[in-house]
Structure formats: structure tokens, C-alpha cells
Design a protein around this ligand. Structure first.
Ligand code: ADP
Length: 261
């Protein structure tokens, strides 16, 4: 197991449950699959864990990602074509961590690449160059997905999914969330009502709102307030607008805000 580094270069992450322990266990025995709503800390957790374990990290946003985006391609350089590694190939060569954010958003051909890499073969086939790379022991694949956005067609194949060890992320309890939102520099007294508001808004999700306000949006709102914006302006920009385009729902959110402030 790698030495655990604790210094200022480790991004701040406040555990909500046992996700850090699970991540470490998964890194020794399998492939961590982080499951949870957008903005609930999955990416930050990977950044934190990679730094803690002293490992290099390549993060890839998977929306419409193709196998070539991941592996690499020939690019024209000064009249000649030159092979340029994609982030997955770089991670395999370096024995680094490759984090596939929102993996269910990737195109179908990506699954074909992941199979030989995630089973006991641990190989990456680069068809275009004829190379076959065997992943060194340090290489690790981490993936995340948001079950709320999962659609039947894009669902991960069970054969792929069974190779991963699932780690669930939920929104933090109020005490933890307050500590997280304090990262914005806003005082605890001003963060507390924001966190209370989030609880009320989340209770509405599934009814008028598709999803509740994320911790990320709270951090945005708090940063705007810490920068001098009024509560109304900050909540309009960081909470109401991102959550809805419906005037009625926006008004309901403003009414809810008025009950907290
Ligand atoms: P996800 O990858 O799940 O969409 P992120 O990891 O990008 O979400 O989280 C969004 C932001 O919320 C982070 O940049 C960080 O500011 C904050 N955040 C959420 N949860 C935590 C946590 N447990 N500890 C520290 N920061 C957090």
C-alpha cells in the first residue's frame, strides 16, 4: 500500500460516511465505482484520495466520449502524422489513476476498451498503432455515475459493472455540509441557513424539482455571498436558475427562501 501523504497539496474532502476507507479497500482489490448525484463530492473524493495515496490522476469527462478520445489518435504535425496518447493510455503507461467521470455518458465503443483492461488481462489494445500495453500494478481505473441520469440504453453492462466495487455518495448531514460549505470563506452563522435551505429544497426534489440543490451549488452561493453579493442575488444565480427554468417553480423556491431568511 502506498504511503499516505498529508499536506497542503491534498484537496480538502470531508468524509460523509466510510467512502475513503472503501476507496482504499477498492484500490487494493478492485475498481472503485462512485455512485451519486451531481455535485455531491465524487470528483473531489477522487482528487483527495489520489493525492493522499501519492498517485497521479487523469480525469476524463465522459459526455459523448469515444474510444479514440480515451486511447489517442494520429494528429497532423508539420506535414507528418504523429501518434498522441489519450488520457487512458497516458494513465496506463504511467501507472496512474484514470477517473472516468459520468461513465454512462460515454459512447458504446468505450466499453470494448475497458473490458480487457478491467479483467485479469489488464491490457490496453491500441489498434491504430498495434501496441498492446499491460497495465502496471499502480494503474487504477475509477468511474462515477449519477443514477438519476441513468437511462436504460446507456446503463453499464452487468459484465462491466461486476468488475467495479460500488461506493455510494449521498448529500452530507447538516454538520458535515456546513463544514464543507465553509470552504467558501463564508462565516458559519451565514452558512447555517444555506444548509437549512438545502434540506427544504431537497425535500421537494422528485416533486416539482428533478433533483435537489447540490453541495456544489451551496458552495457557489456561499462564495458569491462571501464576495459581497446579497443573499437574494447569490441564491438566484447559484440555486434558483440552475435548478429550474419554470417560472412557477422558481417562485416556489423564492417563497421557500423567504421562510428561511
Ligand atoms: P461530483 O463529482 O459528485 O459531481 P464534486 O466532487 O465536483 O461533485 O463536488 C462539487 C463541489 O462540492 C466540490 O468542488 C467541493 O467544493 C464540494 N464538496 C462536495 N462534497 C464535499 C465533501 N464531502 N468534502 C469537501 N468538499 C465537498
Amino acid at each position: 500500500m502506498n504511503a499516505i501523504l498529508r499536506d497542503a497539496t491534498v484537496p480538502f474532502y470531508k468524509p460523509v460516511g466510510n467512502e475513503c476507507e472503501l476507496f482504499e479497500a477498492a484500490s487494493a482489490n478492485g475498481l472503485p465505482l462512485l455512485k451519486g448525484a451531481t455535485g455531491c463530492g465524487k470528483t473531489r473524493n477522487v482528487e483527495h484520495m489520489a493525492a493522499r495515496m501519492g498517485r497521479k490522476l487523469h480525469t476524463v469527462a465522459c459526455h459523448t466520449l469515444s474510444a479514440a478520445d480515451l486511447i489517442g489518435r494520429f494528429l497532423l504535425k508539420g506535414g507528418a502524422t504523429e501518434w498522441v496518447d489519450g488520457p487512458l493510455t497516458r494513465a496506463v503507461r504511467e501507472g496512474a489513476i484514470c477517473y472516468l467521470d459520468e461513465v454512462v455518458e460515454a459512447r458504446k465503443d468505450v466499453t470494448v476498451v475497458l473490458h480487457p483492461l478491467t479483467d485479469n488481462r489488464r491490457t490496453l489494445m491500441i489498434d491504430r498503432t498495434g501496441e498492446e500495453l499491460v497495465a502496471p500494478p499502480g494503474f487504477m481505473l475509477v468511474a462515477s455515475y449519477n443514477p438519476g441520469y441513468q437511462n436504460i440504453l446507456k446503463r453499464l453492462k452487468p459484465s462491466t459493472r461486476q468488475r467495479f466495487l460500488s461506493i455510494s455518495f449521498t448529500f452530507p448531514d447538516p454538520v458535515t455540509e456546513t463544514a464543507v460549505v465553509r470552504e467558501s470563506g463564508l462565516s458559519e452563522a451565514r452558512v447555517a441557513p444555506l444548509v437549512r435551505l438545502a434540506g427544504h429544497v431537497r425535500a421537494l426534489s422528485g416533486m416539482d424539482l428533478e433533483e435537489g440543490v447540490s453541495t456544489r451549488l451551496l458552495v457557489y452561493a456561499a462564495s458569491l455571498m462571501a464576495g459581497g453579493m446579497t443573499v437574494e442575488q447569490a441564491l438566484e444565480a447559484a440555486v434558483i436558475e440552475p435548478l429550474t427554468d419554470e417560472p412557477d417553480v422558481a417562485q416556489a423556491l423564492r417563497d421557500l427562501i423567504a421562510t428561511v431568511y
